[in-house]
Write a protein that binds this ligand. Structure first.
Ligand code: C5P
Length: 218
């Protein structure tokens, strides 16, 4: 079974997907980490982020304990995936059709063999259009910027709240307007605005829809 959770950066989709996965005994597969892995590989090796060649990249992901690791050409890029420089550049790397093809292949192979809740931008619209349950998790940009700012502060980063808000607006624009698999709500996705909800409330809502699905399928 596939549960798709799409939405913009900082909407909280990954946090809630993680909790829902644990409750259901599913794997939480974070598709953004794959884009981040390729981005980290390009940046760390000082390669051109606009020039990705399929034959140059072997992308793999696996779980070590609860942690999703991302390997490019056999090297583990997991320690770099959450760096702010990787976040900013991953949106540019994600525009490239070749990158998207590499990531699509990797996630389809992994998730077709497992019960997964997958978060991303194009899961319900493009990667798994037949997912049994789809959510579109949205949130006001000011709230998203505040959440990311607090995460950055925990990492002792000195990036300002305003700078994070600008980065989020720019990443949203790029994700929503790219030609291939843009960020858009699937017509059959359930819309959840998390701006005024706690994590527990969002999880509760998702679980309610999951059980309702079971009832309608019986
Ligand atoms: O979700 P996260 O912020 O980690 O994703 C990093 C970047 O990867 C996003 O800004 C987006 O451009 C890209 N992405 C995507 N499609 C997905 C997941 C992520 O284009 N399914």
């Amino acid at each position: 079974m596939i549960i798709a959770v799409d939405g913009p950066a900082g909407s909280g989709k990954s946090t809630v997907a993680d909790i829902v996965a644990k409750k259901l005994g599913f794997i939480h597969f974070n598709s953004g980490l794959l884009y981040r892995g390729i981005t980290a590989y390009l940046l760390k090796n000082e390669l051109d982020i606009n020039d990705v060649k399929k034959e140059d990249i072997i992308l793999e992901t696996s779980f070590i304990g609860d942690v999703q690791h991302v390997f490019v050409n056999g090297e583990d890029y997991t320690p770099y995936l959450r760096e702010n420089i990787v976040s900013i550049n991953s949106t540019i790397v994600g525009k490239n059709p070749i990158t998207r093809q590499i990531v699509d292949d990797c996630q389809r192979t992994f998730c077709s063999a497992n019960n997964c809740i997958i978060d991303g931008r194009d899961i319900g619209t493009h990667v798994f259009p037949n997912a049994e349950l789809k959510f579109y998790v949205d949130c006001n940009v000011k709230v998203r910027a505040k959440r990311r700012f607090l995460e950055e502060q925990e990492k002792n980063s000195n990036v300002s709240l305003k700078a994070i808000e600008m980065q989020i607006i720019e990443r949203d624009e790029t994700d929503k307007n790219r030609k291939i698999a843009p960020l858009v709500q699937a017509p059959d996705a359930i819309y959840i605005d998390t701006s005024d909800l706690t994590i527990d409330q969002v999880v509760e809502l998702m679980m309610k829809y999951y059980y309702e699905l079971g009832l309608t399928q019986k």
